[in-house]
Write a protein of this length. Structure first.
Length: 366
């Protein structure tokens, strides 16, 4: 697995080095650099396919021109370095011109680190802009054994229909399951914990070459995806991707909390921490204290993941860029709480308390 990432000359990053664990959480203020870390991994992946890394198109990226991504303190070069199991791997990309919509690949590793190899399931990225509930989605053109979830989770239904009645990974059985379980039932178990108990049906409409999802709650009728709400449709691809990712692979998820009730966000955090304990490396970008607290419970209460296998990187707006590394204890506590790190609840409650004590109705600032 990747244990270190170094970024030089990319966007806000003059030079930065981040520890990467089986579970890595990126959090902090908007526009502080979290997404840029994920984009660096996506560009590394793309650099393995071509001598020209497009800044618009792959992984739904819209990065503009070379001038938009090369740090102003660097002339033309962007460098990415990862360390996997103690072995260093290096990429060097170069801007051909400020107006170019691509970067040239000057150097890349050979062989590639495991997470960046072309094997299906080795590298999974789920964008914050996942596909909401749809009546049906188009089929993929890939053979089913090469099919992956898609950047927006658009192939979740196809994977469930084609692979759902196959056994899932033995080491990724739901903790309450005994013996071998079919993939579909494992998906239903985790999705039911995160959202509500549900059965899932995925159907191939051959005439339209498309797939449709329907859901049934206990005692209810089968309903199509648009009648189930956004939370289920946004959470389902994360569960499917996690349960089908290759062992030793890398899974990157943006905003797993989207459209979920706070309780569901917490359970999503538990799922992602549990997943990181099963041999899938998980990198999560989140703004949710509920997701974080679910991960803390997975470590401290459920003991799914050893605390030294998880790290949080907190980004703020400091100039030069400052990224603080936070660790977990065996009881699920966080090593320290920087200002701005999930403290808004306390700030708001304190402001409301002052308001209540003062008897005023305005003029209170946190």
């Amino acid at each position: 697995m990747i244990d270190q990432l170094t970024i030089r000359g990319f966007k806000r990053f003059d030079a930065a080095r981040l520890s990467i664990e089986p579970l890595t959480v990126l959090t902090g203020l908007n526009g502080a650099g979290k997404t840029s870390v994920i984009q660096s991994l996506l560009l590394m992946r793309e650099a393995n396919r071509s001598q020209h890394v497009k800044l618009r198109g792959p992984f739904d990226l819209e990065l503009g021109t070379a001038a938009d991504v090369v740090n102003w303190q660097h002339s033309t070069d962007v460098e990415f370095h990862v360390r996997e199991d103690g072995v260093a791997f290096d990429w060097v990309l170069q801007s051909p011109s400020d107006e170019a919509r691509h970067l040239l690949v000057i150097a890349r590793p050979d062989p590639l680190p495991m997470a960046f190899q072309a094997t299906p399931g080795r590298f999974t990225y789920l964008s914050a802009e996942r596909l909401g509930p749809r009546v049906r989605v188009d089929a993929s053109s890939l053979p089913i054994d090469e099919l992956e979830i898609g950047v927006r989770g658009e192939f979740a239904a196809e994977i469930i229909e084609a692979r759902g009645l196959r056994p899932g990974f033995d080491d990724r059985r739901h903790p309450s399951m005994d013996g071998q379980a079919l993939l579909k039932y494992q998906i239903e178990m985790w999705l039911g914990e995160i959202t509500r108990p549900l059965q899932i049906n995925a159907e191939h409409h051959k005439g339209a070459d498309a797939y449709a999802l329907s859901f049934q709650a206990p005692g209810g009728e089968w309903v199509r995806a648009p009648n189930m709400g956004f939370g289920v449709s946004y959470a389902l691809p994360i569960v499917v991707a996690g349960l089908t990712a290759a062992t030793g692979g890398l899974m990157i998820v943006e905003n797993p909390e989207a459209h979920l009730h706070p309780a569901g966000q917490s359970r999503m955090g538990v799922f992602l921490a549990w997943l990181a304990s099963t041999g899938v490396q998980v990198i999560v970008e989140t703004h949710s204290d509920h997701v974080l607290n679910g991960m803390r419970r997975a470590i401290g209460e459920h003991a799914f993941l050893n605390p030294d296998k998880a790290v949080v990187h907190f980004f703020d707006h400091a100039t030069p860029l400052k990224v603080q590394e936070l660790r977990f204890t065996e009881r699920g506590s966080v090593s320290h709480w920087p200002q701005g790190f999930f403290d808004q609840y306390q700030i708001d409650v304190a402001a409301l308390g002052r308001l209540r004590r003062s008897g005023k109705t305005d003029g209170i600032r946190g």
